[in-house]
Design a protein around this ligand. Structure first.
Ligand code: SF4
Ligand code: SF4
Length: 220
């Protein structure tokens, strides 16, 4: 519900958080809506991990709505790709800020113009998500997303996790077959009684799919 609400809001909200503005705003010392929005996701991830990917992000919702056309041979996508995207983005922001000699930042949440460029960008982003799902499988855009990489990096001390019960687990792997992010749930539960992977988006598919009800959310 939360995801759908957010997705309905997106055409309007998108004007305040367009991805092209993040870099150009920082370049001139402005903290725009895109920086604030992404900053809130990152701060949330310190305690709750990548929960925003599973429950808030409209592009995550789009991927779930895409299930009928999603490639059933979901592939593992190496994490270094999304960390690589993030690194390139980070270096370009730092270089641009340094080059423009920006000394102080100011908050400036202004809408981008409702022009053809931003409408095309908006539909391209949804198109990209549909393409990745059809080509690479379930939640593939989440496995490539540089913002997801930042949230994973920010969450080593997160408190919200999926907990299991290794003694009662039948190792049927139903949870793994349904996992949005292809995570090795059973081996992690066998080791630590919980899913300790930074890339878990707390979507709860494993919780719903375990036929023995052995998985649950745990905040501690
Ligand atoms: S481990 Fe469970 S909650 Fe985490 S991504 Fe996989 S299905 Fe979602
Ligand atoms: S679905 Fe449940 S019983 Fe099966 S492997 Fe996963 S946690 Fe164990």
């Amino acid at each position: 519900m939360c995801q759908l609400l957010f997705m309905v809001m997106v055409p309007w909200a998108f004007l305040y958080i367009p991805p092209d503005h993040v870099v150009s705003a920082l370049e001139v010392g402005k903290i725009d809506g895109g920086v604030v929005f992404r900053g809130i996701f990152v701060v949330l991830s310190i305690v709750f991990g990548r929960v925003a990917c599973g429950w808030v992000c409209p592009w995550g919702t789009m991927q779930e709505l895409n299930e009928p056309i999603t490639n059933s041979h979901t592939r593992n996508i190496p994490s270094w790709i999304k960390y690589g995207f993030f690194f390139v983005w980070l270096v370009s922001v730092v270089v641009l800020i340094a080059r423009n000699n920006v000394r102080s930042f100011r908050l400036a949440i202004e809408p981008a113009p409702l022009d053809a460029f931003h409408l095309v960008l908006y539909f391209l982003m949804f198109g990209e998500v549909i393409f990745f799902c059809a080509w690479l499988g379930r939640r593939s855009a989440c496995k490539l997303c540089p913002l997801g990489a930042v949230m994973a990096l920010a969450s080593p001390l997160r408190r919200l996790k999926i907990a299991g019960d290794s003694k009662q687990c039948k190792h049927c792997r139903t949870c793994e077959k349904n996992c949005s992010m292809n995570l090795p749930i059973t081996s992690q539960v066998d080791r630590n009684e919980r899913v300790d992977d930074f890339n878990c988006i707390l979507c709860g598919r494993c919780v719903e799919s375990c036929p023995n009800g052995l998985l649950r959310y745990q905040l501690r």
